[in-house]
Design a protein around this ligand. Structure first.
Ligand SMILES: Nc1ncnc2c1ncn2[C@@H]1O[C@H](COP(=O)(O)OP(=O)(O)OP(=O)(O)O)[C@@H](O)[C@H]1O
Ligand SMILES: [Mg+2]
Length: 426
């Protein structure tokens, strides 16, 4: 049921051979870099390769449900070169991968039996990195060193008889950078991302199958797990999720990082959150003054400004918005940093009681035609004013059934990280 890794390796190796260009026909695909064109072996095409002065012939066969690569070697050469040749292909693949250095995003498609496998991939070009996400710098460094020590811990996990995998929960209100951080983690690890859409998973065993079809060195992501569990909007049962996270099936692959996101973990069954299923908890808070300064620097190029003290005071009254909301105000007003800061102040003051709706506010920013900020910012023509923003009152009216206090705890499960770090090999 698992993808034959040798197939993937040979396929990549063959497509890197110059002889593929000499054949009468091949498939042409545009690459990820501009002007890049890739040649892929075509069914019935024969690609010739040479190894230790022997010639070998590859062809590609495609049935309705399977694909195969066929290797032909002269009988007299077979004993001498077959194994070393395949080892050579393995080694070359590692080099190609190293050069490729492109992270892929896999998405689970609906059930299409005529197609091979359930995952579809595209190059993962999300622009976020760990560095571009505004968060407490100590916490960021701890997460980075946790990831680094995971990468180095193969022997350690094996000695313990544990699967070499680690699970992270990113939780916090909408628009606080959880998805962006996932992209940053994937790039930091150079892992492919398998993003599981639970609404497309047919049942528990389908979820297992998806897991079996992921590769090593990959990050498996389930976003909004709390919503799926609360709304029961997936055909997967709670026990299906638990087994996926830590069941016997999760041992069928290694070097996996699992990442789950939630808006809050209060309503989650504690068995989901137990160590092993979730090793590290990372809280993504609403914007505080320090995160605001990071955003002002990255979005407006401001390290200091005379309005900063006023903004700090507003934050001290308990007002807050998500980094997505503040970032959006800054982007829309980036031609005038002072106006951007004034707009941030108005937005924070409008949200002055320190609590806020925690619906998916950040994602709805573009939908309003509210002109409220037009007067407040005195810039009737700006894009931000015309298209960008609801007032917080309007947000609440629309989405404000759920409210939450904007606590600011540094909630990574540091105990477990530190205990483990101290044990891990360097
Ligand atoms: N901490 C942050 N630092 C920098 N940019 C941020 C931060 N949080 C959010 N953003 C920006 O806001 C937008 C939304 O962020 P993102 O999708 O990562 O939020 P999220 O926490 O996943 O939200 P949701 O819970 O609704 O999925 C992105 O464009 C992102 O760049
Ligand atoms: Mg998200």
């Amino acid at each position: 049921m698992q993808e034959n890794q040798l197939y993937r390796r040979v396929f990549a190796y063959l497509n890197s051979l110059s002889s593929i260009e000499d054949s009468d026909f091949a498939n042409l695909f545009s690459g990820n870099k501009s002007n890049e064109i890739n040649l892929f072996i075509d069914p019935n095409q024969i690609v010739v390769d040479t190894f230790l002065s022997a010639r070998v012939y590859w062809s590609c066969e495609r049935g309705s449900r399977s694909r195969a690569l066929v290797l032909k070697i002269r009988r007299s050469d077979k004993r001498k070169i077959l194994r070393p040749y395949l080892q050579h292909v393995h080694a070359m693949f590692d080099e190609i991968e190293q050069r490729r250095k492109e992270v892929k995003l896999y998405i689970n498609a609906g059930d299409e039996p005529e197609r091979n496998g359930r995952w579809r991939s595209i190059p993962f070009t999300h622009p976020s990195t760990i560095e571009t996400v505004a968060m407490d710098s100590d916490l960021k460094n701890k997460i980075k060193s946790d990831l680094e020590s995971f990468l180095k811990s193969k022997q350690y996990y094996h000695r313990l008889g544990r699967v070499w995998k680690r699970s992270y929960l990113l939780y916090g209100p909408s628009g606080t950078g959880k998805s962006s951080f996932i992209a940053g983690m994937a790039k930091f690890l150079c892992y492919d991302v398998y993003d599981i859409d639970l609404s497309k998973v047919i049942n528990d065993s389908d979820l297992k199958m998806l897991l079996l079809q992921t590769t090593n060195k990959s990050m498996i992501v389930i976003e909004d797990l709390d919503r799926y569990l609360a709304e029961k909007s997936t055909a997967v049962s709670l026990s299906g999720i638990l087994n996926f996270m830590d069941g016997i099936i999760s041992c069928c692959g290694e070097e996996r990082v699992m990442v789950f996101t939630m808006n809050g973990k209060d309503r989650i069954d504690p068995t989901v959150l137990r160590p092993g299923r979730i090793d590290v908890h990372i809280y993504f808070p609403l914007c505080d003054f320090s995160a605001f300064k990071t955003l002002a620097n990255s979005h407006l190029g401001l390290k200091e400004h005379k309005l900063f003290s006023q903004i700090e005071e507003v934050f001290q009254t308990g007002s807050s918005l998500s980094p997505a909301e503040i970032g959006e105000i800054m982007i829309s007003n980036r031609t005038s940093p002072s106006r951007a800061l004034k707009c941030v102040i108005s937005a924070l003051q409008t949200n002055g009681d320190g609590s806020r709706g925690m619906g998916r506010v950040g994602q709805r920013l573009g939908e309003s035609t509210s002109g409220r900020f037009v007067e407040e910012c005195g810039e009737p023509g700006s894009i931000f004013c015309r298209e960008g923003v609801h007032t917080m009152k309007e947000f609440r009216k629309l989405y404000g059934l759920l409210r939450m206090r904007s606590g600011r705890k540094d909630s990574m499960d540091l105990d477990s990280v530190e205990k483990e770090n101290s044990k891990q090999e360097t």
